[in-house]
Design a protein around this ligand. Structure first.
Ligand SMILES: CC(C)(COP(=O)(O)OP(=O)(O)OC[C@H]1O[C@@H](n2cnc3c(N)ncnc32)[C@H](O)[C@@H]1OP(=O)(O)O)[C@@H](O)C(=O)NCCC(=O)NCCS
Length: 147
């Protein structure tokens, strides 16, 4: 089951999986409580399996006011390779499409690039480093029928 949740409901998982050496405070995004921001969680019974946040944020390469950034996508290790992140990503694509988004984008960790590519995301530019996190690529959703 997939639900829209509050930032507070997923903060601990975000910290544990994406900033294990950081603090909970490090994991709060300034946009977390914006009215436009949406947080999705997948559940197996009562347990969260996977999380993601979708933020109205300009695409760095070609900014517009109707760009949407996927942030903090993560699945708990015991639930990986079961399709949970896939369903969250599909939900993000649906949501941004319903908003007639100009660009859906993310900063993908190097190891997650192939995951996003399967859904039609393409890499833009060179690899860059996010301190304390590691190498990333800017990626944008570019389905075959859209440039
Ligand atoms: C990247 C990440 C979010 C993927 O989560 P996930 O829930 O395992 O993703 P899915 O199960 O939807 O798909 C992952 C893979 O499993 C495969 N898969 C999906 N369902 C499957 C099934 N039933 N059986 C076997 N494999 C399956 C998918 O094809 C995909 O293949 P890939 O590894 O070649 O890309 C997860 O590995 C993660 O949390 N990593 C650490 C945090 C992170 O780096 N997040 C990304 C930040 S940019």
């Amino acid at each position: 089951m997939l639900k829209s949740v509050k930032a507070l409901d997923i903060l601990e998982i975000r910290q544990k999986l994406l900033r294990p050496t950081g603090t909970l405070e490090n994991c709060i995004f300034p946009e977390d409580n914006d009215i436009s921001t949406i947080h999705f969680a997948s559940y197996l019974q009562q347990n969260i399996t996977s999380i993601v946040s979708l933020i109205n944020s300009p695409f760095p390469h070609k900014p517009s006011s109707n760009d949407w950034q996927i942030r903090a996508m993560a699945t708990l290790p015991e639930y990986r390779k079961m399709g949970y992140a896939t369903s969250l990503l599909e939900q993000c694509i649906l949501h941004s499409t319903s908003k007639q988004s100009n660009t859906l984008w993310c900063n993908a960790r190097r190891h997650a690039v192939s995951f996003y590519q399967k859904f039609g995301f393409v890499m833009i530019g060179e690899e860059f480093n996010i301190s304390d996190v590691g190498p990333h690529f800017l990626m944008k959703f570019s389905p075959k029928d859209k440039s």
